[in-house]
Structures are given as structure tokens and as C-alpha cells.
Design a binder for this molecule. Structure first.
Ligand code: SAM
Length: 191
């Protein structure tokens, strides 16, 4: 899906309220008592080849914990677990996506490595991530930026599909079959 098609899809999106709860035993991330609202952006999956490149760009290893913020069908954290043995957390506000992602994790045999949480990514604790992946929109990336810089440890890699971070310049930018991916690294804290 190219950026133009993605944006066109947004205009066709309705805003039905999506309510639900995380499953028993799941991590609940700063969501207690909060009513969930509709998604900020529609679901469009990242093509598998682009997922692979995002994980390569972040140099994911078995030591990593990969958080996909707006995790859709779970493909990014599932691929990180399957290919690299990384742990993963997918956060999505849409209960249907969480159901789908859990089924996909089961089919891939990685339920011991990954966890999917129904929550608002902007209200979730992401401090345990060593790699964060996103496929949102530029304005959402800009809204997320202060949270990334505040909560993530220095050195954490952030990889975005398609959308940048304004004047926070990426360390690397790559193009794969017309899709663009960006890599940033959380800088050391200022004293
Ligand atoms: C463009 S899709 C990306 C899916 C997946 N990350 C991928 O690259 O294949 C964006 C996802 O973000 C979710 N989303 C939108 N707003 C959200 C929010 N505030 N909190 C959590 N998830 C959200 C949507 O439900 C959708 O699944």
C-alpha cells in the first residue's frame, strides 16, 4: 500500500466506538479504568518484505523487546519473535486486531514470546521497549515523539514505515520497492 492509497483509505474510515478489555493474563498498560476510543488511523498492514527490512534496520536480536504501537494483525512483533527470537508487545486499540494478532501468534508458535494488549498507544507504558516500530501518520508520529524521548531508554531504536518525525532527522532512511522506512535512535538524556 502506497502512502497515497493509505491516506485515501483514511477518508473512507468511520469512527464507531470500539470498546473491550484485554484478555486474562495480559499485561494491561496504564489503561485501568480508561474507556477506549476509536483508532487514530485505519488498519493497513505493512507488506512482509517491508517488515523484514524494518527489523533488519533496527538490528533486532534475541535480546530485544520489540513494541509495535498500533500493531494491527501482529505481523511485526510475530516476525521479530519468529526470525530473531525477540520478545514482543503489540498494542492496538481495536479489539478485532488484537483477536487476529493473538490467533496469528498462536499459528506462528510464538505465544511464549509475544503479547498483544488492547490499549491506547498514547496512554501505554512503553518503557520496556528496546525497539519500537510504528506505521501511523506524520501528525501522530509528532504527537508520539515527546513520549518516545521521555519514556524510552537512550539507544532504543525507533523504526517508522512511511512517515517521518518532522525536524527529528532519521539516522537512516531506506526505500524498498517504493516504500520508505526510517530509523532513529533515542539520544542520551540531557543533564
Ligand atoms: C496502519 S496500521 C499498522 C499496523 C501494523 N503496525 C503494521 O505495520 O502492519 C495502524 C494500526 O494502529 C491502530 N491504532 C490507531 N490508533 C491507535 C491508538 N491510539 N492506540 C493503539 N492503536 C491504534 C489501528 O487500529 C491499526 O491497527
Amino acid at each position: 500500500m502506497k502512502r497515497r492509497q493509505f491516506l485515501a483509505g483514511l477518508t473512507a474510515f468511520g469512527t464507531a466506538p470500539l470498546l473491550g478489555a484485554a484478555g486474562q493474563g495480559d499485561i494491561v498498560l496504564a489503561q485501568a479504568g480508561a474507556e477506549l476510543r476509536g483508532p487514530d488511523v485505519i488498519y493497513v498492514p505493512t507488506p512482509d518484505g517491508v517488515v523484514d527490512r524494518m527489523l533488519e534496520l533496527a538490528q533486532v536480536t534475541a535480546k530485544d523487546t520489540v513494541y509495535d504501537l498500533g500493531s494491527g494483525d501482529g505481523r511485526i512483533v510475530i516476525a521479530a519473535a519468529r526470525k530473531y527470537g525477540a520478545r514482543g508487545v503489540g498494542i492496538d486499540i481495536d479489539p478485532e486486531r488484537i483477536k487476529e494478532a493473538r490467533a496469528n501468534a498462536k499459528a506462528a508458535g510464538v505465544t511464549d514470546k509475544v503479547n498483544f494488549v488492547q490499549a491506547d498507544l498514547f496512554k501505554s507504558d512503553i518503557s520496556q521497549a528496546t525497539v519500537v516500530t510504528i506505521y501511523l501518520l506524520t501528525d501522530l508520529n509528532l504527537k508520539l515523539r515527546p513520549k518516545l524521548l521521555k519514556e524510552l531508554a537512550p539507544g532504543t531504536r525507533v523504526v517508522s514505515h512511511a512517515f517521518g518525525m518532522g525536524d527529528w532527522k532519521p539516522e537512516r532512511t531506506e526505500s524498498i520497492n517504493g516504500y520508505t522506512v526510517y530509523l532513529w535512535r533515542i539520544p542520551p538524556r540531557k543533564e
